[in-house]
Write a protein that binds this ligand. Sequence first.
Ligand code: AMP
Length: 412
Amino acid sequence: MSFSKLQLSSPILQAVQENNYVKPTPIQEKVIPLVLEKHDIMAKAQTGSGKSASFVLPVLEQWAENLGEGKPKIKVLVLTPTRELTIQVAEYFSTFGTHLPRKPKVVSVIGGESIGDQLFAIQKGCDILVATSGRFLDVLRKKQMNLAHLEFLVLDEADKMLNLGFSEELDLILEAIPTQRQNLLFSATYPQKMLDIASKITKNPVEVSFEDEAPTVDKIVQRVIEVNPENRGPVLRQLMKQEKWKTVLVFMTNKRATDNIAEKFRKRGYLAESFHGDLTQEDRNYTLEQFKAKKIQILFATDLVSRGLDIDDISCVINYDLPRSPADYIHRIGRTGRAGKAGLAVTFIGHDEQEHFKLIEKRSNIKLEREQIKGYELKGDAALKEKGKAPVKGKRKSKKDKLREQALKDAE
Ligand code: AMP
């Protein structure tokens, strides 16, 4: 099937073509017609499936058909879990709306940037508002925004918002917008909490699911390397040399650790940066732009970057630290192999991670072979570790060791 069969008008089709979208992805094929038929949607969609365009295109289409007179009015509200996804979705609306007779005015509303500027942008004229829910509420409380004309509410990656005390926020938002509207809900999973939210916001939604189809991550080659924690850095450098990866995204748990290791890699001549929630919004945006433009070769990031973010052509995703959950594993490795391209994900595990990774494999229905890298073979006795005797993640110093060290220092 081609896009031209999807009842989209030529300005949108032109933008689709210019962005090299040749064929709709399965979710686009299903969701676009349903949205154009004005159904509420409850879609179970993986990241990387093309879900953004599945709502952006038909919403733009309907928005353009029904422009009305006068100053722009907020007709579309999209809520997303992260600042980065907000900016990305806003960009999609601008990109695909570029040839419409009137280009939509898209405003993104996120924390970390001036609320005054955002309010000003809204008041100057806004058709489409893309926001993280917390900041959206802050703006709402200022009572300077007219939502009476809202026609579309979209929740993107909604399950990710559940963690953020979202249910209460959503109640406040629902009170502020018209009850008559079209609701589009996208979520990778539907736990009970999500179903409760779905029943609150949607009316007779059409449920769209892709469970029977191969998830995008099937196209990703997944490798597991057994290595002691202290050798992960050297192994990573060796792999980068051997495999000649151009862009590498490395996931770590700890914000400080991403800064430290990026610094170490820079000292060795790599174009390396870190990305985490403590950076200013400006720095986050800049880093991602540089990474997208391939001016950063290796990005050390926390899971902040693992959802929804669209960076093409990542040669490899590395799980330097294991993700907490199987879902996070899928989201992380989904950063490579976007839109059906082949990708590669490498996971480092030491003794301590064996059990946790087995669980991830079991839940994700995969079984991966373990490799070891010559010169950095996994050392140490797993059995000892279980008894808590062997060193874990850089041996913890005993009080005696510390005293000895101090005595040595004092003697110097
Ligand atoms: P998403 O799941 O919306 O984040 O999209 C994942 C990636 O696929 C993004 O890089 C999109 O630009 C790309 N993409 C989405 N739909 C298509 C399509 N029909 N053809 C080619 N690329 C697409």
